[in-house]
Write a protein that binds this ligand. Structure first.
Ligand SMILES: N[C@@H](CCC(=O)N[C@@H](CSS)C(=O)NCC(=O)O)C(=O)O
Length: 256
């Protein structure tokens, strides 16, 4: 976090889901108590809700960087348990339902802080990054991972588009901006724009080499793909498998 920000009232938490290796992020304004939550995971909605309450925050927006394919989002569940004042957020280009649909160049405020929305298609058409200039941070979703990037072999993925998105929308940011991705599979927590420009083994290459790397990743499809994508088009509340219906019931019970 940029120095001095905590004295200006930024509350920042990075949260992890061990199953899908997903990071979620809480950003709050200690003065107004308004907060946002980026990329929540369905099964951890109760954890997130408890933390938000313990920190004395009021969630204004629960937002996603894109329609995730490897886990069901906690957005709808958190909205159900926290009330209608919480708004769900995703990009217009994602084709998903939400209260607020964002476009490239939009700004989103919580308390006295603002995020800039940058369209970064490539992993999916609807991917966006959230740039927090005051905090010198960028939330890159699956577009840019630490020393990696999102795969481009399904959900309208395109290696060329992702490459251009990273180069024009992320690598043009100041090098000290910290990079907070939606996943890490090797135990890393954050990086910086400068580090990724120098050391990212995919995005330091020319476009043809990058495309060849992406064509040969050889990754199996995410185990949740068929369930997660349709569910995440409606904030994670659709045709839930039985174990998730149980999470929904128990979260609602705890809420009463
Ligand atoms: N094994 C996991 C899925 C791992 C995976 O495919 N991760 C995605 C992001 S979630 S769609 C990715 O883009 N990975 C890029 C990489 O280089 O690892 C599962 O089964 O869910």
């Amino acid at each position: 976090m940029a120095s001095g920000l905590s004295t200006r009232g930024l509350i920042f938490r990075q949260l992890f889901d061990r199953e899908s290796c997903t990071y979620s992020y809480i950003l709050g304004d200690a003065n107004t108590k308004e907060a946002i939550l980026i990329d929540p995971v369905f099964g951890l909605a109760q954890r997130d809700r408890t933390l938000v309450e313990e920190l004395g925050l009021n969630l204004r927006y629960v937002m996603n960087t894109h329609v995730h394919a490897d886990h069901v989002t906690g957005t709808g569940l958190l909205k159900e348990t926290l009330g209608t004042s919480v708004k769900s957020v995703i990009s217009s280009a994602s084709g998903a339902d939400a209260n607020v649909k964002l476009n490239h160049g939009d700004n989103l405020s919580f308390g006295n802080f603002t995020l800039e929305v940058r369209g970064t298609p490539g992993h999916t058409n609807g991917c966006v990054c959230y740039v927090f200039h005051e905090g010198r941070m960028v939330f890159t979703g699956d577009t840019l991972l630490i020393r990696g990037c999102g795969r481009t072999d399904f959900q309208e993925g395109s290696a060329e588009t992702l490459y251009n998105s990273v180069k024009t929308q992320i690598f043009e940011l100041p090098e000290d901006y910290l990079v907070y991705p939606a996943h890490d599979y090797k135990g890393m927590t954050c990086s910086s724009v400068g580090e990724e420009k120098k050391f990212n083994p995919r995005l330091t290459k020319d476009i043809d080499t990058f495309k060849a790397i992406m064509d040969n990743l050889g990754l199996p499809y995410p185990k949740m793909l068929d369930k997660a994508v349709p569910a995440n088009k409606v904030c994670g509340l659709y045709n839930l498998p039985p174990e998730m219906e149980e999470v929904l019931k128990s979260t609602n019970k705890n809420n009463n």
